[in-house]
Design a protein around this ligand. Sequence first.
Ligand code: SAH
Ligand code: SF4
Length: 445
Amino acid sequence: MSKKVYVQVYGCQMSERDGESFGAMAESQGYLRTASREEADLVVVTTCCVRESAENRIIGNIGQLRRWKAQRPGRMLVVAGCLVQQAGALERLRRRAPHVDIWMGAFDQAKFPDLLREAEGGAIVCAVSDQAGPPVEAAPLAEAGKLSACVNIMYGCDNFCSYCVVPLVRGRERSRPPRDVLDEVRRLAESGTREIVLLGQNVNSYGRSENQPEDFAWLLRAVAREPGLWRVRFTTSHPKDLTDAVIAAVAEEAVICPHFHMPLQAGSDRVLKAMNRGYTTEYYLERVRAIRRAVPEARISTDLIAGFPGETEEDFSETLRLMREIHFSQAFTFMYSRRSGTAAADLPGQLPREERLERLKRMMALQAEMSLAWRRAMVGSCQEVLVVGPSKRDPAMLSGQAAGGEAVVFAGREADVGTLAPVVIREANSWTLFGVIDYEKREDV
Ligand code: SAH
Ligand code: SF4
């Protein structure tokens, strides 16, 4: 009987994409995929260290896997990615989790099949390189045949926002050659993928580190023109590098979804400066206006941090004010987390947890209100939805995504899975739209 692999992903879409590569590489080594950890012989955990809360969850889970491992001889546990890559983390992690067979950093993915063979011989294997290079790019392509697939267009980050550990664990920004990206997109489209999500920490600076003539606007249009695709999305848009040419591409290419995920982080210029974000609130607002002028139906979502060091109540209330003014369709809100090695970790004015948490709660409450208003305004409209599969909460219903990235749960038939369906929206809460497929309109889609 074949051995089985279970991949458990923590963190951002990059980490998710890494998880796909690990799954594909394990398959190439003869493993079958399983969705159940209990059935697995091999568990691969891809990790995140962007905030302490993620880190604690992952460490707790790795701890639980000690029992999983002891339950059957021959089981193997692999821990990979950002958490392992952090300076000095490996020693600490190894002491806490001696049952892990393979530790891998963020730049060692492509060595996985070799490391697996080595560990199968009984050794504990550690591979944590501190240099980014071709190995990451050499990792297998995104999984074929998926309805929606993520494609990396760049790795690493050069922005050094003062709170952020990403540049420290993922290295300098490197863009993939346009040919590689387009080849991967074409292969995915040929295998049945209909939605492509282009991924990068700052997609708007695509090609800059390589001095390529092809910038992100160029790439976006080129991907949009690949045959077979219904939708193209992209994330993340750093506001400082969002050009009019990118906005024009979204406005003009019908397959590009009218959705900009553009993290604001804070609404006070003083805090933005301390964060080293490279823009002012006025600049951000100007970008919002440019988007709304060119793409009136655009949804703008964001990331926000509550309780950055030195943030006063007045600074924070400016963030709330800006949230009201812009009216984001969605916001991922985070409590500031002090990450060692980052510039902000050494700033004076670190706020106590209660204060950060209290601000986070106010921010979340306001966004829930804003998100609800957005979604309520969509009640009665017909939205084109990419039908992903049965809803996890209620398997009698289907679930999918509207063009603006909104989650939609709706009544329909099994045969609708894998299609773009017209869904009439009947109800909404802050996070989800609820509706039913309009079968009279179905023919036109
Ligand atoms: N490259 C993206 C963000 C990647 S990290 C960008 O710049 O837009 C995802 C989000 O995590 C960030 O936007 C930020 O809001 C949050 N984040 C990153 N580091 C954090 C920290 N130390 N504490 C709290 N939130 C953090
Ligand atoms: Fe982190 Fe800033 Fe880079 Fe985003 S742009 S990954 S927040 S350093």
